[in-house]
Design a protein. Structure first.
Length: 522
């Protein structure tokens, strides 16, 4: 009898059993809920839990959906957990289990056209979402050597932005202003303008009123924008933990498309609610408050979020992620804590003025306080040719307009500057949800820069712009393609466009002559 083969067989069986043995399935760390409060819970046990690990609460309630939480504070005796469910579902004594992974979210093309919450659950009654991939909501930003310069424009369809405050693909441009000044409208207009730009849009609503979110989604559906848009929603009555993770989850979805070589636009509406949700959680967790009761790491949570917006180089696929965060100011105070934090993180800001809004100048963009730090590098050559001096002319007009209110007598040059500025302001007005194509913008801006609209009465400006809009149909296809494809606006093309503009404005000559004669009579 040979014992060696028997021993070898036994050892082989033992090794096979050991290899197939799963420690995770055999031993599960289980903790217990010590206390529950609004949005948070204290848990004992779970000695091996990691920071920001996802936990599951084994509740005795009748809810079919699992109750999740994130390990936030890890102390010696207990764990502070941020709840991602209604705290009323839990009670003292409920069991808590580790998952061994951080919070993640489903990603994939299946999300396009859907309305979801930060946990990836559908909110649009279109059935479950089945994706094959998940990504952690917290991911490191792309390394500097993996990034490329921001040079390709992201057209918003808004003349005031595309001409004076251009945004590039991969840029982070802050939108700020008081309540009800049109911040969300600018973001929605930008999404609507991407219908033929091959750009995926992510709209992340953080703590907004349900009625406002429903109106926004209805607008996107009506205009056909849901065909390339993902909407992530947290409502005002949701757990603060959901509002806290929402922008990170939305960014991971956006990064999936960016890393596939696609261009993505993400809207955070708004980060003021996000900061307040994080402050609420931190204060409940007894973390030390700082300025305006915000925790000391409030700057870090926004910087690590917005640093993920970038333009990848060709080696990484060449995709881009453009971020338009929105924040709400109080009494036009842009030097408050959260606004100054985000102004320093982003690549520029679009400031909306309540005074302009009340005057009916919509969008109510204050050009003097708005800036794009990427600037002309993210603007096509045609825009630079026709809008180069427009911002300076508009700034001079605003200074003179303030001065003229005191009843001062102005010389002829000052009067011409004011008349020109009034036409610029009238041309930059725009109806909401009506983005303007590039060729229409170029021909309008060219008419402005050539002072061809200065003599037209202000009450005729809308009709004159409509005439210019119709005139774009007469532009040769080669010139239109050149404008869109970022070719130089040569002198010959410029003269041809000016000739078209003058022909389009001929019907307004009687009104011009009538205005001139009345001014001479005065």
């Amino acid at each position: 009898m040979k014992p060696q083969p028997i021993l070898e067989r036994l050892l082989s069986d033992i090794n096979t059993a050991v290899d197939s043995f799963s420690m995770q399935s055999a031993v599960v760390e289980t903790g217990q809920v010590k206390a529950v409060a609004t949005g948070i819970a204290s848990v004992s046990g779970l000695p091996g839990v990691g920071a920001e690990e996802l936990l599951i609460f084994q509740s005795n309630s009748d809810f079919a959906e699992p109750n999740y939480g994130i390990a936030f504070n890890i102390d010696e005796d207990e764990i502070g957990v941020v709840l991602l469910c209604d705290y009323a579902r839990l009670q003292t004594g409920d069991k808590v289990e580790r998952t061994g992974r951080v919070m993640d979210v489903a990603v994939g093309d299946e999300l396009i056209g859907r309305v979801i919450d930060p946990l990836g659950r559908p909110l649009d009654a279109k059935g479950p979402i089945r994706t094959s991939q998940r990504l952690p909501i917290e991911r490191p930003a792309a390394a500097i050597m993996d990034r490329a310069p921001v040079t390709v424009p992201l057209q918003t369809g808004l003349k005031v932005l595309d001409a004076l405050i251009p945004i590039g693909r991969g840029q982070r441009e802050l939108i700020l202003g008081d309540r009800q000044t049109g911040k969300t409208t600018i973001a929605i207009d930008t999404i609507l303008n991407q219908h033929d730009q091959a750009i995926i849009c992510i709209y992340c609503s953080i703590g907004q009123r349900t009625s406002a979110v429903a109106k926004t989604i209805a607008t996107l559906q009506e205009k056909g924008a849901m065909a390339y848009t993902v909407v992530m929603v947290t409502q005002g009555n949701d757990a603060p933990g959901l509002s806290y993770i929402a922008p990170y989850a939305a960014t991971s979805i956006a990064e999936y498309f960016m890393e596939a070589g696609r261009d993505v636009l993400i809207i955070y509406d708004d980060l003021t609610h996000h900061a307040r949700a994080y402050r609420e959680l931190s204060l409940l967790m007894r973390r030390p408050p700082g300025r305006e009761a915000f925790p000391g790491d409030i700057f870090y949570i926004h910087s690590r979020l917005l640093e993920r917006a970038t333009h990848l180089n060709q080696h990484r696929g060449g995709g881009s992620l453009t971020a338009l965060p929105i924040i709400e100011t109080e009494a036009q105070n842009i030097s408050a804590y959260i606004p100054t934090n985000l102004i320093s993180i982003t690549d520029g800001q679009i400031y909306l003025s309540p005074a302009l809004f009340e005057l009916g100048v919509l969008p109510a963009v204050d050009v003097a306080k708005s800036v794009s730090r990427v600037g002309g590098k993210a603007q096509s050559k045609a825009y630079r040719a026709v809008a180069g001096n427009l911002k300076l002319a508009y700034a001079q007009f605003e200074e003179l307009e303030t001065f003229a209110r005191f009843g001062a007598r102005l010389d002829e040059d000052s009067k011409k500057t004011i008349e020109h500025g009034l036409r610029i302001r009238a041309s930059l007005k725009q109806t909401q949800y009506c983005p303007v194509p590039v060729t229409v913008q170029i021909i309008t801006l060219l008419a402005l820069s050539a002072h061809l609209l200065d003599a037209i009465p202000l009450n005729q400006m809308a009709a004159a712009e409509q005439a210019l809009h119709k005139a774009t149909a007469l532009i040769p296809a080669a010139i239109t393609e050149g404008i869109v494809s970022d070719q130089e606006l040569t002198e010959a093309i410029r003269n041809k466009l000016l000739s078209l503009i003058q022909t389009a404005l001929e019907p307004f000559q009687p009104a011009i002559q009538s205005q001139q004669s009345s001014s001479e009579h005065e």
